[in-house]
Ligand binder design. Structure first.
Ligand SMILES: Cc1ncc(COP(=O)(O)O)c(C=O)c1O
Length: 372
């Protein structure tokens, strides 16, 4: 399989571990191993201390699948398959799609959500938001994109990179459309539980639609990307069986330490979400103040959920050049919108890191000294 480079991941590979300051990360401040272990109760501490580094059960540790199922209203542990989040996208697309299928995907977006479909020979239509005061994905636009051979709709809310959400009503309308046309719905829910207003939190589509598959994991909302633990859930039994078979050709099973640490994280989810939302909300105050102060230079489109935002530069300097100069002169990495293959002058900023205010200070000094 020949696949185009994943531009965002290549950009991170180039700068993430060589730049002193990161202002674009989508994960929240990661927990240390010790911090996580301190949250373990006696039973889990024993599981950790006595852990044997053997192969693990292919679909995931039974206790882990039980904990994951509790995140949903109607999902049973046997409807869960644990895997690396990115692997989950790869496997699901390979199992669902065939050459010639038509696919609709939210755009801009995490490249693998549409790239794998394209590489498999599918025709991909992009469902793009309108930019008003917020980023608005219009269900009417989605409806217009549906074709006779549409096999799959791929959505991602809270959305990477804009932080956009859709309303509960619009989520139901998407499901109605898919059900009517017998379309499978793949929902990337990696940033779920990071809604700033709890009322905006959508149910997982798997709880609402029998022909949906949902992706979630520990990389963003749980601040544990290094565990490489995520999962797919679906009530479509045949699809979950195919996914299990495909996984025998990728990782076969999960890393044993990651599974036990994941059980600990899931049992402490309320504490973890609260801690991450607090970091994000403090950083949002700083971002609001900064972008308010420099509103002639930037347009701040406030995200509604998640750990990232996607502001616009209001000058004719290209964001690609800006990002390059910034990382070279001040060592600050931002993610320009060309990495998303998205027209316009936008860049992604991360709201989940504890040092964001410090980095914004250096960023401000750069902007003022170079451009104002
Ligand atoms: C929307 C979305 N889906 C999936 C992933 C993949 O997660 P991971 O990098 O943990 O495999 C990411 C990571 O950035 C993401 O933003």
């Amino acid at each position: 399989m020949k696949i185009k480079p994943f531009e965002l991941e290549r950009y991170f590979a180039r700068y993430e571990f060589s730049s002193p300051y990161l202002l674009s990360c989508s994960d929240c401040e990661a927990f240390s191993l010790n911090e996580l272990l301190e949250l373990a109760d006696k039973k889990n501490r024993k599981l950790w201390d006595n852990l044997k580094l053997s192969y693990t059960e292919s679909a995931g540790h039974p206790l882990l699948r039980e904990e994951i199922a509790r995140l949903y209203d109607s999902v049973l542990p046997e409807q869960v398959n644990v895997m690396v989040p990115e692997e989950a996208i790869f496997i699901a697309m390979n199992c669902i799609l065939q050459k010639g299928d038509h696919v609709i995907c939210t755009f801009p977006g995490y490249q693998s959500l549409y790239q794998i479909a394209e590489t498999l020979g599918c025709e991909v239509s992009k469902w793009e938001p309108e930019l008003n005061e917020t980023w608005d994905f219009n269900v009417e636009d989605l409806k217009q994109l549906i074709e006779r051979n549409t096999k799959l709709v791929i959505i991602n809310f809270p959305h990477n990179p804009t932080g956009a959400m859709i309303s509960h009503q619009h989520q139901l309308e998407i499901i109605y459309l898919c059900r009517q046309k017998n379309i499978i719905l793949f929902s990337d829910e990696m940033y779920r539980f990071l809604e700033y207003d709890e009322e905006d939190r959508l149910p997982s589509v798997t709880d609402l639609y029998e022909n949906a598959v949902s992706l979630f994991g520990l990389s963003k909302s749980f601040a544990l990307p290094g565990l490489r633990i995520g999962w797919l859930v679906s009530r479509n039994k045949k699809l979950m069986e195919e996914i299990a078979c495909f996984k025998d050709y990728t990782t076969i099973c999960n890393n044993a330490p990651g599974e036990i640490l994941a059980i600990i994280a899931l049992q402490n989810k309320d504490f973890i979400f609260k801690r991450n939302l607090q970091i994000i909300s403090d950083n949002l105050v700083a971002a609001d103040a900064f972008f308010g102060k420099y509103k002639n230079f930037f347009k701040w489109i406030r995200p509604k959920a998640g750990s990232i935002g996607f502001p616009e530069m209001k000058t004719n300097i290209s964001v690609e050049e800006f990002a390059k100069d910034l990382v070279e002169k001040r060592g600050i990495m931002i993610l320009p919108s060309n990495v998303y293959d998205f027209k316009g002058n936008f860049f992604r900023i991360g709201l989940g890191r504890k040092n964001m205010k410090e980095v914004m200070g250096i960023f401000e000094e750069y902007v003022v000294s170079e451009f104002l």
